[in-house]
Write a protein that binds this ligand. Sequence first.
Ligand code: HEC
Ligand code: HEC
Ligand code: HEC
Ligand code: HEC
Length: 208
Amino acid sequence: MTPSADLPPPPEDGHRALRDNPVETSPDPEPTTAFTGYPDAPAFSIVSRQDDLSHYPCANCHANMPANTERRKLNAPHPAALDHGDGRMWCFDCHNEEERNKLATASGERVGFDYGDQVCSQCHYAVHRDWTFGVHGKRKARWQGERTSYSCAHCHNPHDPAVRPREPEQPPGVRAGLEPMPDKHVEHPRIYPWQPAHEEDDDDQNSE
Ligand code: HEC
Ligand code: HEC
Ligand code: HEC
Ligand code: HEC
């Protein structure tokens, strides 16, 4: 990489003030232009991710490193494991190779980190549609104010996204001074005609 190649030639006296250096700009749109949204989808904004990333700006290190496209076990500062899609994915399926500060779509379009949902949507389109309409995920400040939704990466680590099953917590204890509820057998109403009228005490294994 030769960052100085794009600089204008120095002035006659050989000195150029720092402020005259060209400002680095990105011509790329933050959200993709390929995806224009769903018809009838309500307008909403997304809680930012970029400022929360500990390694951003990536260019701090990567501007001076040639991209290495070889699949390999990475050393620090990056996590060694990528547990997404059964080993079929690699970094550049989602990260832009040349401009490390951006994510990438399969067609090579650059996407800002605040629009990571558009990267996920390429494969998880049904979940993304649910999320857009407010069925999957969560909105900020509950139902107050304009709708602002948490992004996919607020809940899923893109490098290991599966939500693991969890052990249920113990029920809360009985408040001091109160008797525990008597262990009553509750007869549930029959929902389906083929259900036996009284099922054996399957639920009561924990009693006593
Ligand atoms: C503190 C320096 C540093 C920062 C900041 C950093 N990286 Fe890296 N990155 C590295 C180093 C060093 C390697 C090479 C590791 C190796 O080869 O084992 C690497 C490798 C990678 C690779 C593997 C491909 C390649 O070109 O080697 C990807 C993808 C990557 N980084 C993405 C990112 C992204 C995305 C960010 C920002 C969110 C980021 N990095 C921020 C130092 C950094
Ligand atoms: C499935 C898509 C996907 C793949 C594959 C992927 N990433 Fe990421 N990566 C993301 C997204 C999306 C974010 C933004 C996460 C967020 O908002 O918290 C991210 C964030 C990062 C960050 C910044 C984390 C931080 O908190 O600073 C680094 C570094 C990074 N990726 C490196 C890599 C490396 C290295 C690989 C390959 C081994 C890789 N990624 C593979 C989607 C991906
Ligand atoms: C290139 C396609 C692709 C992209 C892009 C992608 N995923 Fe995935 N994802 C997969 C595949 C394949 C699996 C594994 C599915 C399986 O094994 O059933 C998976 C698995 C998952 C799972 C676990 C599903 C489960 O049943 O437990 C979650 C959650 C997930 N991805 C979230 C994300 C998020 C969030 C993003 C964006 C940061 C993303 N994915 C981007 C292909 C993709
Ligand atoms: C507020 C947190 C939250 C947000 C935001 C969120 N998810 Fe999820 N997601 C979950 C939880 C929790 C589960 C597990 C649900 C379960 O197991 O029934 C899940 C399950 C999934 C699954 C696997 C189950 C399935 O239905 O296929 C995928 C894939 C997935 N999410 C992708 C995404 C994508 C893509 C986005 C962004 C467009 C996103 N999620 C946003 C919390 C979230």
